[in-house]
Design a binder for this molecule. Structure first.
Ligand code: APR
Length: 232
């Protein structure tokens, strides 16, 4: 069975990574539009770099949780029949053991050169605008997809959704497109659909089945079900 899994901030919440749409509507005390848009970066590049430098540094203090490791277990069992696409910019899927992760919104641990377009592994800060390792210009920014920018690899994602027999959405509010529309693409192509989220998301009605609870409980239980089906 070909399975596409989409994850969002909710899968990393139990690891201690704050979600975007908290009760106060702020992301780590900031309005999203002040830190996650190209306009914000043009207006206040240093403040935006500082914000992402802090998020990158915070990765050292968090660990993958049972939801991440369960998805790695699923990949171990079914290999390429799993396509894992995440909106998350943390590296918790990889540290949980997943080997193939499609980061549609980019990665904190990469920098993108605004001048030459190269993408570089990056673990340090960017606030001092270090030179790009390829073109030498001080144009490195976080390699994250901001509002108004095109997510990475949409062609690959849509091709996977068209072939999926099961689409599972985990820990995402369904508030941000295009990811929020994946369920409808999968349905149109005949896939079964399942949502695993703390609460019904904005797109819950599009899923054939929705389960509510913590990702750390729901995801390992669902993976066990899939694997039991494979063995039976
Ligand atoms: N287990 C399962 N779900 C959870 C948990 C948990 N422990 N904690 C929170 N959730 C759910 C919330 O109920 C919410 O529906 O996770 C969802 C998180 O929603 P958002 O904060 O909106 O995050 P996400 O959907 O990933 O945001 C999408 O928006 O700001 C942009 O680019 C950013 O990738 C991000 C995109």
């Amino acid at each position: 069975m070909r399975i596409v899994v989409l994850t969002g901030a909710g899968i990393s919440a139990e690891s201690g990574v704050p979600t975007f749409r908290d009760a106060d509507g702020l992301w780590e005390g900031h309005h999203i539009e002040d830190v996650a848009t190209p306009e914000a970066y043009l207006r206040q590049p240093t403040a935006v770099q500082r914000f992402y430098d802090a998020r990158r540094a915070a990765l050292a203090g968090v660990e993958p949780n049972p939801a991440h490791t369960a998805l790695a277990r699923l990949e171990d069992a079914i290999g390429d029949d799993l396509f894992l696409v995440t909106q998350n910019i943390d590296d918790l899927h990889e540290r949980g053991g997943s080997r193939r992760v499609h980061h549609m919104h980019g990665e904190l641990l990469k920098a993108l050169c605004s001048n030459c377009g190269c993408r570089t592994e990056w673990t340090g800060d960017l606030v001092d605008f270090p030179p790009c390792p390829r073109c030498g210009l001080p144009e490195l920014r976080p390699d994250v997809v901001w509002f108004g920018e095109v997510p990475y690899g949409m062609d690959v994602i849509l091709a996977e959704l068209e072939q999926a027999e099961l689409f599972v959405s985990i820990g995402t509010s369904g508030a941000v497109y295009p990811a929020a529309g994946f369920v409808q693409v999968a349905r149109r192509n005949g896939a079964a659909t399942l949502e695993l989220n703390l609460e019904p998301s904005e797109g819950s009605i599009f899923f054939r089945q929705a389960r509510q609870g913590r990702a750390g409980d729901l995801v390992p239980a669902w993976v066990d079900e899939v694997l039991a089906g494979l063995i039976a």
